[in-house]
Design a protein around this ligand. Structure first.
Ligand code: H2P
Length: 831
């Protein structure tokens, strides 16, 4: 378990990369040989697939070299357990990371094809909800780039996050079938199938020596089929794997039923088994399919642990003593926490290890990342459900808890039952619950939050007693984003300008961007930077027109809020500000403001009513404003349908203003805030999550901060917050909220938009929208003033890009390596 002190050096896993001619030949070869079609009749889909196949020749070469090197060197590896991976498209990402994007572009051009048209053939791989899943995708990119032996584990959902459409402004969910006709980037590995068990009962038996043994007789066996997606590091450094499990009925089980004449039963069980990997659960769908969700979690954790153990045993035989030296497992939120009792079960019941030895291994293997303080997101499963689905695991959790309470809690706080109640992994009450957050902390050797302030709040507000028990367990790793996808690939114009001014090492060493700061006052660079922004905005305007039929002026300020729809993220605060501007314009036809286009992108969890009402309200207000001649184009509002990674890649390079307006203390970190600033947007933000660190990096002149701080929020809530006061005392707030209740935006249907007002007044405004409103309006007035000075704005935008070096996910991964995983980078050798 050594830790390398030097930065991971670039190495190239792939022996030889193709030139244009070779790629062209390979594409044609695959068009004929893999797709069975011909140049004269091939569809764009076939061309895309043939190009993927050509690229895969090199990807697979890197994959073989990486896996062989890791095996030969018997490296310690990290295993990232995540229920979500929001990968987006892989085509241009893989081409860029291999360093053959231009060659492919030229090869395709010679074949009469436009690379952008081919890129559009790919469905997004949307196996995630938002930031948490996208973070996992950035992390596996960085781990491969930095040559860390790493495997991502997750679920091969048949349907990713739903596709969003609008019908009369309301969100409609449609199924996402991202791999209906297969996906060229994944490889099925039937040779590594795992079988897992659920349901059934536990029998207590005794051997001849009278030693007790627990035997779990499962009620159902399910097969996990692994699909591997190669993860290409930048410049082909390492090619790691993302291994996603698909559930199927176990052959053994089905044949049994089938042979006894139960064809229908067999078919039904097939369907039930396959349901496990059918759909990704949208966030906040808390009541939907609890049992299925727990089974999903267990299914992928158990398959992955068995896979890790198989690999470990191949190298080390039955000697478990090096397991914790070789294996680190990062739990991405509490979703995979059931891996802790599962590893205990394998070690104690199957490997017949003593409890203490087994627990010692567990406590050196698992680390847990907390991504939110919101109570509804801290998972709890009813004891009843656990007992039904995983009876043996429940017993193990009870024993973990018993020892924890006796050996830790009672030692520090003797006889303090209140402490025990608070810290117990089992929450008492009418319906006893298993607290997965507690289990994660108790079972892990490290716990981290995802931004400085969030990690502090994890310690002070969420787990203060756990900190008293284990002060060294808690740490911070501020999130980051991969600059390969989020600048180089999505903003090629800016990437080129950077290459020309500061050299081309920044995608691998983002701190290099700080050299760009020296050009912030240079008129030529300012012009070039602003011209690029203008072109990106014109491109986005074309996309907007195509998707929504709304025309927007690329000379207006593009003000963008893109993220999951949630009350704490406060898209409705943005809406209230838009309404305030609209009202000011109507009251004063000469109201002087720089024209602004407000763009939104967000999906609402299907069961989250208010979130859906907010979408509806934004769409209705947009309709009115966009068609009101009196506005004279000073305002436009666009809600982009079906927000996803691919759309983010088009919106982010075109943003002038980045909306990061969560209630202080609620947004753990944010990563969209990093992507937007990296692409030269000025943030309007609260002192929340990583906004605080962004403000530290870019300085107060280059960010517009507003609103209550975390401490002020706490103080206000302690004193008693009364949103009605703001309503009665602020004429503008009152007018806007009342306006929403009329039929002004929904002719003939008054009250259709009143849900927002209700939640802000009768509902008590839990996220302090009204308290922050005026301060938010002022933050925007500042932006308006700043933008009028174009050179001044260019300077701010340039400095935002230049000073974002800290927020590369490469830095996050180096922090994990140093503070948590203690891994060595491994240079890949070619055969
Ligand atoms: C969450 C947090 C974000 C954080 C992200 C990654 C759960 O993402 O809320 O603040 O940046 O994890 O750590 P999101 O809300 O985007 O789904």
């Amino acid at each position: 378990m050594k830790k390398s002190t030097s930065k991971a050096k670039a190495s190239v896993a792939i022996a030889a990369l193709p030139n244009t001619e070779e790629l062209k030949n390979s594409i044609i070869k695959h068009l004929h040989g893999s797709l069975g079609t011909d140049v004269n009749k091939a569809s764009p889909q076939a061309w895309w697939r043939a190009t993927c196949a050509a690229v895969n020749e090199y990807v697979y070469d890197g994959l073989r070299n990486t896996q062989r090197t890791h095996y030969q060197q018997n490296t310690r590896a990290v295993h990232y357990f995540s229920l979500e991976y929001l990968m987006g498209r892989l085509f241009s990402n893989n081409l860029h990371n291999l360093g053959v994007y231009d060659a492919a572009k030229d090869a395709l051009a010679q074949l009469g094809l436009n690379i952008a048209d081919l890129e559009d053939q790919e469905e997004d791989m949307a196996l995630g909800n938002g930031g948490l899943g996208r973070l996992a995708a950035c992390f596996i990119d960085s781990m491969a780039t930095l040559n860390y032996p790493a495997i991502g584990y997750g679920i091969h959902y048949e349907h990713g996050l739903f596709k969003q459409e609008f019908s009369d402004g309301r969100q409609i969910e449609r199924p996402d079938s991202w791999r209906e006709y297969g996906n060229p980037w994944e490889i099925c590995r039937p040779e590594s199938i795992q079988e897992i068990s659920v349901y059934g009962y536990v029998e207590t038996t005794y051997d001849l020596q009278g030693k007790m043994k627990k035997v779990w007789h499962p009620g159902r066996i399910i097969k996990g089929v692994p699909w591997d997606i190669p993860v290409v590091g930048y410049q082909g450094s390492s090619v790691n794997v993302l291994r996603l499990w698909e559930s199927r009925a176990s052959d053994f089980f089905n044949w049994d039923v089938f042979n006894s004449g139960g064809y229908i039963d067999a078919a039904r069980q097939n369907i039930e088994a396959e349901t496990i990997s059918k759909v990704l659960y949208p966030n906040d769908e808390t009541d939907a399919g609890k049992e299925l969700r727990l089974i999903q979690q267990y299914f992928f954790c158990s398959c992955s642990l068995k896979d890790i153990i198989r690999r470990y045993k191949r190298a080390n035989g039955d000697d478990w003593s090096k397991f914790a030296d070789q294996v680190a497992i990062q739990l991405n939120d509490t979703h995979p926490a059931v891996a802790i009792p599962e590893l205990m079960r394998i070690l104690v019941d199957r490997a017949e290890m003593s409890w203490d030895d087994a627990w010692n291994i567990c406590q050196h293997v698992f680390a847990y990342t907390n991504h939110t303080l919101l109570p509804e997101a801290l998972e709890k499963w009813s004891v009843r459900l656990f007992e039904k689905v995983l009876p043996r695991h429940l017993e193990i959790i009870y024993e973990i808890n018993r020892r924890f309470l006796v050996e830790q809690v009672d030692v520090l706080w003797p006889g303090d039952n209140e402490k025990k109640r608070k810290l117990s992994i089992i929450e008492e009450g009418h319906e006893p619950m298993v607290r997965m957050g507690h289990l994660s902390v108790v079972g892990s050797f490290r716990v981290n939050g995802v931004a400085e302030i969030h990690s502090e709040l994890v310690k002070s507000d969420l787990f203060p007693e756990m900190v008293a028990l284990w002060p060294d367990k808690f740490t911070n790793v501020t999130n980051g984003v991969t600059p390969r996808r989020w600048l180089k690939a999505c903003n090629p114009r800016l990437a080129k300008l950077l290459d020309e001014t500061i050299g081309d090492e920044w995608p691998r060493d983002l701190k290099q961007l700080s050299k760009f700061a020296a050009f912030a006052d240079d008129p030529a660079i300012q012009d070039a930077f602003m011209a690029i922004k203008q072109q990106n905005k014109a491109d986005l305007a074309t996309v907007v027109k195509k998707l929504t039929n709304i025309s927007i002026d690329p000379h207006a300020i593009f003000d963008i809020q893109i993220k999951r729809l949630h009350e704490y993220k406060r898209q409705h605060l943005n809406l209230l500000h838009i309404l305030a501007l609209y009202r000011r314009i109507l009251q004063n036809p000469d109201y002087d403001m720089v024209p602004r286009v407000f763009l939104f992108g967000a999906k609402a969890a299907p069961g989250y009513k208010l979130a859906k009402e907010i979408i509806y309200a934004i769409n209705k207000v947009a309709e009115k404003i966009n068609n009101d001649k009196r506005v004279k184009n000073r305002l436009k509002v666009v809600f982009m349908p079906n927000y996803r990674v691919t759309l983010a890649e088009k919106m982010i390079p075109a943003a002038d203003v980045s909306e990061q307006i969560s209630t202080a203390g609620k947004e753990a970190s944010g990563t969209g805030n990093m992507k937007l600033a990296l692409n030269g947007a000025v943030t309007v933000g609260t002192l929340d999550g990583a906004n605080i660190e962004i403000a530290e990096e870019v300085g107060p002149d280059n960010i517009s901060i507003f609103g209550l701080t975390v401490d002020e929020v706490k103080a206000l809530q302690a004193k008693g917050y009364h949103s009605w006061d703001y309503y009665y005392q602020d004429a503008e707030i009152k007018a806007i909220l009342d306006w929403l209740e009329t039929d002004y935006f929904t002719p003939g249907k008054p009250g259709e938009l009143s849900a927002i007002k209700r939640s802000l007044l009768e509902g008590g405004d839990p996220y302090l929208v009204l308290a922050d409103f005026q301060s938010y309006v002022k933050a925007h007035e500042k932006v308006d003033t700043w933008y009028r000075d174009q050179a001044g704005w260019a300077k701010k935008a340039i400095l935002n890009t230049a000073l974002m070096g800290k927020f590369t996910s490469d830095r996050s991964i180096e922090d994990y390596v140093e503070r948590v995983w203690k891994l060595d980078a491994c240079k890949i050798s070619q055969q």
